[in-house]
Design a binder for this molecule. Sequence first.
Ligand SMILES: NC(=O)c1ccc[n+]([C@@H]2O[C@H](COP(=O)([O-])OP(=O)(O)OC[C@H]3O[C@@H](n4cnc5c(N)ncnc54)[C@H](OP(=O)(O)O)[C@@H]3O)[C@@H](O)[C@H]2O)c1
Length: 358
Amino acid sequence: MARGRRPLSALCPGALTGEGRAVDTTGYGETMDRAHGLGVSVLGITSPNPPVGAVALDARGQVVGEGATRPPGGLHAERVALVEAAGRAHTVVCTLEPCNHTGRTGPCAEALIEAGVKRVVFGHSDPTSPAAGGADALRAAGVEVVQLATVEGALAGWLHRQRTGRPFVTWKYAATLDGRSAAADGSSRWITGALARADVHVLRSQVDAIIAGSGTVLADDPALTARDVPGRAGERLLRVVMDRRGRVPATVRALGDGSLHVTGDHDPADVLDQLAGRGVVRVLLEGGPTLAAAFYRAGLVDEVVAYLAPALLGAGPAAVGDLGIGTITDIARLHLIDVTRIGEDVRLTLRPAPRKAA
Ligand SMILES: NC(=O)c1ccc[n+]([C@@H]2O[C@H](COP(=O)([O-])OP(=O)(O)OC[C@H]3O[C@@H](n4cnc5c(N)ncnc54)[C@H](OP(=O)(O)O)[C@@H]3O)[C@@H](O)[C@H]2O)c1
């Protein structure tokens, strides 16, 4: 099955089940889901541009074109769908408001008008200037415009980056049923099964950067690549090693081509700002527990993906280090977005609950 056709939830956990999923009263909900699936299929290759999906329908409502954002400099999703539709597009359903500015490609709103599209259904408003205003331009040209409340899906990272200026951080870890991320001797490889490990490679292929701490790199020497994901060589993936005391030698596998060795004292926020400056939109934080705790305490974890194995260790480090929580009333709660069985393991996708005001 082509990646764009795989169920959205298989590639972007929680994309279909996220909060705020509204009841569809427009009749375009299924087509919007299809457009979201197309956006998911290009996660990790469009940054700093948004991973948008678009579906073109003819006057009878039949799909005549599909598109997803091409890598920077290439066509936007709406244009790809219009090319495939070859003049038959009556309605275009897209996950993001069509852009209204001339960047490396012309405005999508103009392309839709020129193609004679009668109706545009979009999910999220474009918060960026000068790209915003596409809906108004379409309306001014007599095109019917409908905004459909929908999940953020593949756009979650990009929308977060527009709102906060920082990349969207997914903290991923694997643990036993008793929450251990490594054995007492520090070994942690293969807590989960082969299918869960393959799923991690898909997660890596959907981000722009992976961050690991010196403790993990020294203990496991991980390559931090997205191997074995069809069509994704992972050549755009930036591997970041946070190594305060400069203990990590340049010979480790994570510090090969396309890597950033951050030494000296630095806040997680500073590192994320540095990555934002390099066009990074989505980050996978692969720990270990000390670095995960530092990001969590700073309020910089936006999503958690936990792989839980049906196994016990009884001793060894916990999945996350000290969060500064001394009493149960301060417990850090998360919202459960998705639960998926992967082989013998379970993948949980969660979002941290808003923190209580001090
Ligand atoms: N099961 C899993 O999912 C998983 C994932 C990753 C790792 N692990 C396991 O976790 C163990 C390693 O744990 P760990 O906690 O030592 O690894 P870690 O979190 O990867 O590394 C911790 C180190 O990161 C450095 N660091 C750089 N900037 C920092 C900052 N702003 N805040 C805090 N630390 C910063 C510190 O180095 P300095 O000491 O120089 O200050 C710190 O000692 C290994 O056994 C590994 O196998 C398990």
